[in-house]
Design a protein around this ligand. Structure first.
Ligand SMILES: NC(=O)c1ccc[n+]([C@@H]2O[C@H](COP(=O)([O-])OP(=O)(O)OC[C@H]3O[C@@H](n4cnc5c(N)ncnc54)[C@H](OP(=O)(O)O)[C@@H]3O)[C@@H](O)[C@H]2O)c1
Length: 268
């Protein structure tokens, strides 16, 4: 028996029970997203420009990003290589897992080491992100590798094709926008400048818009409550960041472009 299977067998008495728990975890993630959204109406996430010592000791930003995102990669690798993965040979499951891994290889192994002059992350934010990456890594990858059944020919269904294109478009916008932000600082600089170019010409939260589109596309292609929960959580957390950053830019820079919106070009 594979190593991860013995852990799963300790936790669940049957496949039906595990699948039921995966569904419950999805609904719980949506509930947590709503509660987080409510909290964020009154308080910014304490990181970056809003960082605060009242949320625990500061963790170096590169270490924080690397360690907090690593479970989003390691838990799935364990589930695929050291647990039974009954659906792994099916094409839609493989393509969706590939999307997930493309994102998290970049996010956990590349992104942290490219950060320039990022502010330290308070321990509470770091710990919450770490737990979320375990939670979501298990939820997405266990469902896709062990349980998800797609109808015959799903990869040529308009939902799968549109969703995959949106995923790719969102990922490219996210990577490009994060690169624009990085290039605003020379090595050693820590201050803020007005981002210009790419999707930043339209919205202050271009990197967030990219990530929201990415996981919304993934949810459309995967067509499950599990992927929808992740897309919903991402939307709530990142739309709030985009709105906060937008207000912050308007206060900080008198010459901030007036036509630029927070998250949705020409609208909001
Ligand atoms: N899926 C999810 O739920 C989720 C959740 C969180 C984040 N993310 C993703 O993780 C990535 C980073 O998120 P984030 O919230 O840290 O993004 P962010 O607030 O835009 O900051 C990204 C980096 O750019 C720097 N930066 C931002 N604005 C700048 C400016 N005007 N001038 C100079 N430097 C600037 C920040 O430095 P400082 O540290 O000094 O501010 C930080 O190093 C994004 O791609 C986001 O989509 C995803």
């Amino acid at each position: 028996m594979e190593f991860m299977d013995s852990i799963v067998e300790m936790l669940f008495t049957s496949s039906e029970e595990e699948l039921y728990i995966l569904d419950c975890l999805s609904y719980l993630m949506m509930l947590l997203a709503l509660l987080t959204g409510l909290t964020l109406l009154f308080e910014n996430v304490p990181y970056g420009r809003y960082t605060s010592s009242k949320y625990g000791f500061p963790v170096n930003v590169k270490v924080a990003w690397f360690v907090q995102e690593l479970p989003a990669l390691l838990v799935p690798v364990g589930l695929i290589f050291w647990a039974s993965a009954l659906k792994i040979s099916h094409l839609p499951n493989q393509l969706l897992l590939c999307m997930y891994f493309c994102h998290y290889v970049q996010r956990s192994l590349v992104y942290p080491f490219l950060i320039r002059g990022g502010k330290p992350t308070p321990f509470a934010s770091f710990a919450l992100a770490f737990v979320f990456c375990i939670y979501n890594g298990y939820l997405q990858v266990r469902y896709l590798s062990q349980y998800a059944d797609f109808p015959q020919g799903w990869v040529s269904h308009p939902c799968f094709i549109t969703g995959s294109c949106l995923w790719l478009l969102g990922w490219i916008i996210n990577l490009h926008s994060d690169q624009i932000l990085r290039n605003l600082r020379s090595p050693g600089e820590t201050d803020y400048k007005i981002p210009r170019g790419g999707v930043f010409e339209y919205v202050s939260g271009a990197n967030f818009l990219g990530e929201i589109v990415e996981w919304a596309g993934f949810a459309l292609a995967a067509h499950s409550v599990h992927s929808f929960a992740f897309a919903f959580f991402t939307f709530i957390v990142l739309s709030s960041r985009a709105i906060s950053h937008h207000k912050w830019y308007l206060k900080k820079f008198e010459d901030y472009p007036k036509s630029r919106k927070a998250l949705i070009p020409f609208v909001l």
